[in-house]
Design a protein around this ligand. Structure first.
Ligand code: HEC
Ligand code: HEC
Length: 321
């Protein structure tokens, strides 16, 4: 009896040391820094460049969906170009992520970041301080012209003083970082210099995959690592939001289960222009409603050109009582 007791005590001691050791280890190394190149950027105050940057930031690239204060959501839904003063929060198990102030204010905005530091966040997912940034901003394959236009526009805004508290990781988030499950992103080869804006599947592919991130939400993924684990655009990703559960529809042209097989191009344009229908949905409807018809038609033509995938999504919106 005594022997068993002593053994259990011993075992308990080992487990205790292992658990405490792991916790201390995770707490000490989770915020290690990464090396990544600083991309080239050419900033210009040319009015066509600034207009392109503004369109991308508020429309397809939807920086505004995250980088504005939640009290401005209604104004944005009305089409107002509200200040990118930060404040949007994403609360998920790995932590509380707070989108930064993207106006040029020196103290609280990107005024103290170089253009190359901002570009590195977009192309490599590495922050100005070398910390990894969770993959909310997969702009690694954006064209050089669009990257230049976005950063030019950000520099041209009036500065707004608005201090945003830092992102806070939960223990799970720190453990995910310690385990190296989130890695810096990187472009597939050298990103294109520019692309012809036209209502074609080629341009639609660029928007859906490299700018608007339709692929990031409308595909099966591992929620801890972000890895794609099924056919892209076949839907089924589940979002637990404050007011209910939202599941992305299948956007491939499968005749039975795909959304683009049953919607005409005009239905699709009208739906995207129409904005939010379901309160609390994570889809950035207000930003996408600011997309022009050429872009929306391009995306539709690209989705139509995809391999049909059978994946029945029973219900996309389920509100909690
Ligand atoms: C889905 C939400 C989302 C979208 C869309 C988004 N961001 Fe962010 N962004 C965030 C969050 C959250 C953070 C804070 C990350 C952190 O602190 O780890 C952030 C941080 C940043 C940072 C600061 C990184 C640093 O070094 O601290 C920059 C710069 C930035 N975003 C630029 C952009 C630009 C430019 C766009 C559009 C082209 C954009 N973001 C679109 C959520 C988003
Ligand atoms: C942040 C995640 C997210 C992104 C990014 C996103 N979606 Fe969605 N989408 C959703 C969710 C969740 C739903 C289901 C709830 C709803 O209809 O709002 C949805 C619904 C839809 C619907 C069906 C609407 C209806 O009336 O049934 C279409 C069409 C759609 N998305 C197209 C797109 C396209 C095109 C893009 C890129 C331009 C895109 N989505 C980007 C999350 C996203």
């Amino acid at each position: 009896m005594k022997k068993v007791f002593r053994f259990l005590l011993w075992l308990g001691g080992i487990v205790f040391v292992l658990v405490v050791g792991t916790i201390l280890y995770v707490h000490s190394v989770w915020d290690r820094t990464y090396e990544a190149p600083y991309p080239e950027v050419t900033v210009s105050m040319d009015s066509a460049v600034l207009a392109r940057g503004e369109y991308l930031v508020y429309g397809p690239a939807h920086c505004a969906t995250c980088h504005i204060d939640p009290s401005d959501y209604d104004a944005m839904a009305q089409g107002e170009l509200v200040a990118l003063a930060g404040g949007g929060e994403i609360n998920i198990p790995p932590g509380q992520f707070r989108a930064r102030n993207l106006t040029p204010d020196v103290e609280t905005g990107i005024g103290r970041l170089t253009n190359e530091e901002v570009a590195r966040v977009m192309r490599y997912g590495v922050g100005h301080d070398g910390r990894i940034i969770f993959p909310f901003m997969p702009f690694e394959n954006m064209t050089q012209e669009d990257l230049n236009a976005i950063i030019s526009f950000l520099r041209s805004q009036p500065p707004v003083k608005n201090k945003i508290e830092p992102t806070e990781y939960s223990f799970l988030g720190k453990a995910v970082l310690t385990a190296g499950l989130i890695k810096p992103i990187e472009p597939n080869g050298t990103p294109p210099v520019s692309l012809e804006k036209e209502a074609s599947a080629v341009y639609g592919s660029y928007l859906a995959n490299s700018v608007a991130n339709c692929v990031g939400c409308h595909s099966p993924r591992d929620l801890n690592s972000g890895e794609f684990i099924g056919p892209k655009f076949s839907g089924g990703l589940v979002f637990e939001e404050a007011n209910g559960t939202f599941t992305t529809p299948n956007l491939t042209p499968d005749p039975e289960t795909g959304l683009t097989a049953t919607w005409t191009e005009d239905t699709f344009v009208a739906r995207l222009k129409g904005g939010l229908v379901h309160e609390g949905t994570p889809m950035p409807w207000s930003s996408f409603a600011m997309m022009d018809e050429i872009d929306i038609r391009a995306i539709y033509r690209y989705l139509e050109s995809l391999e049909p995938t059978k994946n029945k999504i029973e219900q996309t919106v389920a509100y909690r009582e």
